[in-house]
Design a protein around this ligand. Structure first.
Ligand code: PLP
Length: 396
């Protein structure tokens, strides 16, 4: 484990985060506080568009967008050409999922922590005759690797795992799953929406074929941004994306188009270029901060928060698994969690509430109706944790 970010580094990161002067922000798993350089990049791009025209600004600035792919490649340890810019994590996930050629009788194995829109994809696949199976968990809550190994056969075409659930701070053993899937012909799809930006994520170590994440959460980018990684080696085995335009493909003659040879085939031409400019800065910022020391700081702070919550009567920390992230989920006996969240917000403390309906395979089987979630980021402080704990105690 690396050394956590130093206190002086955290101070300088906070000085670059205007939001910390206004709120105590623990909604980083919802949408985090962007640093000033990200805000500046978006605002400046938008201003240039307003002053000189959208297409004209793009022509002048287009080279700068290479930063999105170069910084993304550094962050994930892949090639820039293996990355597609998308407008959200769900869009990134769907662009890859729909390209996996699944047929009736194929098997698809999924984690119990799957995000809801992924589950919608699996329900549709099951309706087309794909056999969808949930990988069992160990007693501590994460994917049972032995069970997964015994489930693998030549009919398994896709293994899908949500790296860190939005309703449970547990980190799935994603590299170990990757090693098992790599021994087969199946593809490996990782939803790392809640992991990228708070944990080191190296696609070579994980051996995944696809990985999706969003800009606005732990990455601290603008809303309306996301990214898809597609391993070069699987590109030839994929079906054509459903929606393509002049960025994804070239119109060769009246009856023929040719897909872009790289992951660019998963992009569409029209996006918010101001947001894309900001996302490029956020990716560089994460690389510069260093994910190993960011994760080490988040581990210290979130352990402190879990311990303090455990010290409050009637509060139960709900995270499972042997490895936990900055997402801290808990319930408060007898509390209306939505009312509690609103009361915290009145004190300018941001958290979120998640109900069992968002997680039918995780919260519901554990008999949990709702959890309050604090997503701890590296820019949070022990003082802020103290304020949150006091406020929960006073507001419940
Ligand atoms: C695990 C996970 N995957 C995917 C998503 C979807 O992200 P987006 O809203 O950017 O599509 C979320 C959002 O909360 C999430 O928590």
């Amino acid at each position: 484990m690396s050394e956590p970010l130093s206190e002086s580094k955290v101070e300088s990161l906070r000085a670059e985060t205007p939001g910390v002067d206004h709120v105590i922000h623990f909604n980083n798993a919802g949408s985090s506080l962007p640093p000033q350089p990200v805000v500046d990049a978006c605002v400046e791009y938008l201003t240039r568009e307003a002053q000189t025209g959208g297409y004209e600004t793009f022509d002048r600035e287009s080279a700068a967008f290479q930063r999105v792919y170069d910084a993304g490649a550094k962050l994930l340890n892949c090639r820039p050409t293996e990355l597609a810019f998308t407008t959200s994590a769900a869009m990134a996930w769907w662009r890859s999922f729909e390209a996996v050629p699944l047929q009736s009788g194929d098997r698809l194995l999924m984690s119990s922590t799957e995000y809801q829109s992924n589950a919608f994809g699996f329900i549709q696949a099951a309706e087309r005759g794909v056999e969808v199976e949930v990988i069992p968990n160990t007693e501590s809550g994460e994917i049972d690797l032995e069970a997964l190994r015994s489930m693998m056969d030549e009919r398994v075409k896709l293994v899908s795992v949500t790296h860190v659930a939005m309703t449970n701070g547990m980190v799935q053993p994603v590299a170990e799953v990757g090693a098992i899937v790599a021994d087969s012909d199946a593809m490996y799809l990782l939803d790392s929406c809640q992991a990228v930006g708070q944990l080191p994520v190296d696609v070579q170590e994980l051996q995944c074929d696809f990985l999706s994440f969003t800009g606005r959460k732990f990455m601290r980018g603008p809303r309306g941004t996301g990214m898809l990684y597609v391993r070069d080696e699987v590109m030839d085995r994929l079906a054509d994306p459903t929606y393509i335009d002049g960025r994804s493909a070239q119109w060769i003659d009246a009856d023929t188009y040719q897909l872009h040879p790289t992951a660019e085939r998963f992009e569409l031409g029209e996006v918010s270029f101001a947001a894309k400019a900001g996302f490029g800065v956020a990716l560089d910022y994460a690389v510069e901060v260093g994910m190993a020391s960011a994760a080490a700081r988040i581990a210290v702070l979130s352990a402190e928060l879990r311990e303090s919550l455990n010290g409050l009567d009637g509060v139960v920390v709900r995270d499972t698994g042997r490895h936990q992230s900055g997402i801290v989920t808990f319930s408060v006996d007898g509390a209306d969690h939505l009312a509690l969240q609103q009361a915290l917000r009145k004190r300018t403390i941001n958290t979120s509430v998640l109900s069992a309906g968002l997680s039918h395979l995780d919260l519901a089987p554990r008999g949990i109706d709702a959890v309050l979630r604090a997503g701890v980021h590296y820019f949070n402080t022990s003082e802020e944790i103290g304020s949150l704990i006091r406020a929960i105690d006073e507001c419940r």
